[in-house]
Design a binder for this molecule. Structure first.
Ligand code: GAP
Length: 450
């Protein structure tokens, strides 16, 4: 098995991540987070929120609706241009994203350019392709009491009732920019941050949770005076490294910046750095840092007829701010965290799997166990210790299944940094054993000092 397959298997076995709608055979590109996964995911999201919002005076949070007025997507350019190059194999009818199966081309590839790559179909091995078609990745839905037959002969009405699931959280921020200015009028530069679901009808979801049809994003739109964008871009760039390396614990050796060339940049960006990460299956984009200029606010001005100008508090000068945008997918960060932590080693000749998660992210910080489950005096004492710790920490778990060796293996696999065991000595001298996940070393500690 590859390392990615090992991680997928651990995630399912231990209740981190299950395939979406598993009981019905799954649903491509969707994943469900189980009890441990949801805790780890929440800790990652909380760490981001604390670092980028709560601990800063210049960043404010918002939580916008997922379904937005469709004019949002006309103004942002998504209706016209948020599309991938779709190509169909005429032999086996399989469909692919052209730029993902051929080398040396990008998203704007033409049919001629694609055919010149002489790519073979990854499914049937033949080379017989249809033309490249643009496939818009937004999921559409109908809003209100409109049945498909009501609009069958009336495309105008149909279009009026179509809404989209947001393909990025960013537009929920841009459309609230004016509300924030009109209510709290922050000093410039300031940021608006949001965490939430985004939906993309990916042609080929793949690599476990790396490319999903439903994902969660954490984004900041950082509004700056136009002539200060470069210095703010640099500040944001070093904050991203600090967060990823010092708060989340990713190894800087596995993060590589990629200056995205003009022809590969999103339609709204004048400069983008992709932060690439060495995932088990190779290097992939973890997050992006983009200079979006005044593209979005100007588009909103045009579409809504409302001014998006900011009035400088000192000089009285008015202008439309420019925007620096760090954007990261929660699932991609989750996979980076778990693949960094996933370790196979050997302790006293016995192979084990251990998740060396940073303590601030581990789903449980402590596991409390009675050495033997059939000795009521040990169970009683262990329960006392467990209750005591739970008053102080929220992430404490209880484990009395199997024998002690099996419990250690299980806690190693879910990344619990410390296991506390109550044995017969505890009943004599009120000390317990604390076992360290990474070194497996054990020390004796007084219960009073825990
Ligand atoms: N607002 C800018 C934006 O959405 P993006 O590069 O399309 O830019 C930003 O997406 C981040 O969101 C990516 O770097 C990635 O971490 C995450 N992301 C995007 N599409 C994804 C998908 N289909 N599955 C999982 N994560 C995704």
């Amino acid at each position: 098995m590859s390392k990615l397959e090992d991680i997928v298997s651990l995630c399912k076995r231990r209740g981190f991540i299950f395939p979406g709608s598993d009981v019905y055979g799954g649903m491509a590109g969707t994943w469900d987070f189980g009890p441990l996964g949801v805790t780890l995911k929440k800790k990652i999201m909380d760490a981001w929120w604390e670092y980028f919002v709560e601990s800063r005076e210049d960043v404010y949070g918002i939580d916008a609706a997922i379904i937005m007025n469709p004019r949002t997507w006309i103004a942002s350019g998504h209706t016209a241009t948020f599309a991938d190059p779709l190509v169909e194999c005429k032999e086996c009818k399989s469909r692919f994203r052209a730029d993902k199966i051929a080398d040396g081309i990008n998203e704007s590839v033409t049919t001629e350019e694609f055919l010149a790559t002489h790519t073979k179909c990854p499914v049937c091995g033949k080379e017989n392709w249809g033309p490249i078609r643009k496939f818009n990745m937004m999921f559409s839905t109908h809003v209100g009491a409109v049945l498909p037959e009501d609009t069958a002969d009336n495309p105008e009405l149909a279009e009026k009732n179509i809404a989209y699931l947001r393909p990025e959280t960013a537009q929920g921020i841009f459309t609230n920019y004016k509300n924030v200015i009109d209510t709290i009028y922050p000093n410039l530069p300031f940021g608006l941050a949001q965490q939430g679901k985004a939906f993309r009808n990916e042609i080929s979801p793949r690599d476990f949770i790396l490319r999903d049809r439903e994902c969660s994003q954490m984004e900041i739109e950082y509004f700056v005076a136009p002539d200060t964008w470069e210095e703010n871009f640099e500040k944001m760039r070093s904050l991203q490294h600090d967060f990823l390396e010092n708060i989340i614990g990713l190894d800087s050796k596995n993060i590589h910046e990629l200056e995205v060339p003009k022809e590969d940049r999103a339609f709204y960006s004048k400069r983008t750095i992709d932060f690439m990460f060495d995932y088990p299956n190779g290097e992939e984009e973890l997050m992006g840092l983009a200079y979006r200029t005044d593209f979005d606010l100007k588009n909103i001005e045009r579409e809504s007829g409302k001014s998006m100008e900011y009035r400088d508090k000192q000089t009285g000068e008015t202008f439309v701010p420019h925007v620096i945008e760090p954007s990261i997918g929660v699932e991609r960060l989750f996979l980076a965290v778990i693949s960094t932590a996933y370790t196979e080693d050997e302790i006293n000749g016995e192979k084990r799997i251990v998740l060396k998660l940073p303590e601030n992210l581990a789903p449980y910080r402590f596991c409390v166990s009675p050495l033997l489950k059939n000795k009521p005096e040990l169970v009683r004492k262990a329960q006392e210790v467990y209750d005591k710790l739970r008053k102080k920490y929220i992430n404490v778990t209880w484990d009395d299944s199997g024998n002690i060796g099996k419990r250690y293996r299980k806690q190693d696999e879910i990344g619990t940094p410390k296991c506390i065991v109550i044995d017969f000595d505890t009943l004599e001298d009120d000390t317990v054993t604390i076992r360290d996940r990474d070194t497996t070393e054990q020390i004796r500690v007084n219960i009073a000092d825990l």
